[in-house]
Ligand binder design. Structure first.
Ligand code: SAM
Ligand code: SF4
Ligand code: FES
Length: 461
């Protein structure tokens, strides 16, 4: 096997020059796709997660040079769905068995954070995971939306090449876009990003930088799309990006971030009639079928030739289901959150969750500090406890990995219904990973620390 592919497959780390080497050499493509498929199988299994996409507004205040929805394009017939229409599409999607709803739009200020929160709360009543893809917002708005129940957020960096970013978005800033991703990560979203492949003057070096940026960010989802020129944009005469190169970027992302969710993108299928299935066999494990109905599909024209514009949600569900079955894969019945295997946890250098854990560590509550005095330095039954430790999407208060024991301290806030629900989900998740969770109230720590220690010892014994 090619040495660089072998290294990526086993160690999940590559240097920039190694990535460029892979991107340059087309003789290794089949080997690369096979390695990514193997890693996908090993880390996220054979199930495909379907995410139901609702394109709820094509109104956009931005000027991205590649996009048909850019504000300058007067040839678009603009629309925005109202709350009832969005809910109707979401309800129907749940009827088709979808476990995740993705709400996507242009940057449309009509949808204020408060209005979006109302919609979010209603959709969350359907017991689905909810993803937003609505562009850049202030951190406070991301926070409000997270508190309303949004689980995931997608915001592609598009390119990490500063000059190219400026060229493509003359009125925007790469730093600001990056900050959005850092904010989302810190707020506890499952954070998705991605890039376009084939922008004018984009180099293989800059694509390698994009991949390393995703790795450093520790993104939870990455969507890679080939650029497709739109006739009403300044890039109308630029040739479309290469399907094969986009596939290679995606495959390398799978090798370096083995446990994340990676969609087989619609743009890939636009360039190749079997594009999504090829992507699913080259590292992808997610498909995002469109559940928007009627004319809206045509009007949400980010690029021409978009698939399924004349189809219905029912037809798409049947079509994609058939295709997935035809390659021996199954459709997941779960919400499909990222599950990080312990072998990758903690991971080497600079992973986002570890940094967040470090930041949290500085702010221990008085009760955590009190308990830590008993736990630290293997003091309790010679057991090694770690504090503020990331497990999957959660950061637990204290954990003994050897004993698979998690200790959680609860303040008064945990009696509120929403918190109870959150704690329950958290406990169920940890249980599914084989952990026992012991929960203590802060006032137990304050008033009866001996009793708390005895309970922990009892478990350890
Ligand atoms: N407005 C939000 C944003 O930009 O983050 C979300 C919607 S936007 C239409 C979703 C993605 O479409 C962008 O992140 C971009 O990568 C992709 N896109 C836009 N124009 C494209 C084109 N001409 N070819 C391929 N992908 C395109
Ligand atoms: Fe607007 Fe998103 Fe298109 Fe940019 S890519 S013009 S932000 S819809
Ligand atoms: Fe829409 Fe195939 S996914 S018709």
């Amino acid at each position: 096997m090619n040495k660089i592919i072998q290294k990526a497959k086993t160690g999940h780390e590559l240097s920039k020059s190694e990535i460029v080497e892979l991107l340059k050499d087309d003789s290794i493509n089949q080997e690369l796709f096979k390695a990514a498929d193997d890693v996908r199988h090993e880390f996220v299994g054979d199930e495909v997660h379907l995410r139901a996409l609702i394109e709820f507004s094509n109104i956009c205040r931005c000027h991205c040079k590649y996009c048909g929805l850019r504000a300058e394009n007067t040839n678009v017939s603009r629309y925005r769905l109202n709350k009832e229409e969005i809910l109707d599409f979401a309800q129907k999607a749940v009827g088709y068995g979808y476990k995740t709803i993705v709400m996507q739009s242009g940057e449309d200020p009509f949808f204020t954070a408060n209005y979006l929160c109302e919609i979010v709360r209603d959709i969350k009543k359907l017991d689905v995971a909810l993803t937003l893809s609505i562009g850049e917002r202030p951190r406070e708005e991301y926070e409000k939306l997270k508190n309303a129940g949004v689980d995931r957020f997608l915001i592609r960096i598009e390119t990490t090449d500063e000059n190219l970013y400026k060229e493509m978005h003359p009125q925007a800033s790469l730093e600001k876009r990056k900050q959005c991703l850092y904010d989302l990560k810190e707020l506890g979203y499952e954070t998705g990003s991605g890039c376009l492949v084939g922008l004018p003057n984009q180099t293989l070096e800059s694509l390698a930088d994009d991949i390393l940026f995703f790795k450093k960010l520790d993104a939870d989802m990455i969507g890679i799309g080939p650029f497709i020129p739109h006739q009403d944009t300044p890039l109308k005469d630029v040739p479309h990006g290469s399907f094969e190169l986009a596939l290679k970027v995606m495959a390398i992302v799978r090798l370096l971030l083995p446990d994340i969710n990676i969609p087989a993108t619609t743009a890939m299928e636009t360039l190749n009639p079997n594009g999504r299935i090829i992507a699913l066999q080259s590292g992808a494990n997610v498909v995002m079928p469109n559940v928007t109905e009627g004319d809206y599909r045509k009007k949400y024209e980010i690029y021409p030739g978009k698939i399924c514009i004349n189809d219905t949600p029912a037809k798409c569900r049947g079509c994609i289901g058939g295709k997935i079955a035809s390659i021996g894969r199954t459709i997941s019945t779960e919400k499909g959150f990222r599950v990080r295997p312990l072998s990758l946890n903690p991971s080497p250098a600079g992973r986002g969750k570890i940094n967040i854990a470090k930041a949290l560590r500085k702010k221990m509550t008085p009760q955590e500090t009190k308990l830590w005095v008993y736990l630290r330095a293997n003091r309790l039954g010679k057991t090694k406890f770690k504090r503020q430790y990331p497990i999957g999407k959660y950061i637990v208060d204290f954990v003994s990995i050897k004993n698979m024991l998690v200790l959680e301290l609860d303040g008064g806030g945990h009696t509120i219904e929403q918190h109870k629900k959150y704690d329950k989900e958290r406990d169920e998740y940890l249980k599914s990973r084989g952990f026992k969770v012991l929960r203590f109230w802060n006032n137990e720590i304050d008033k009866n620390i001996d009793g708390v220690i005895e309970k922990i010892m009892e478990y350890l014994r």
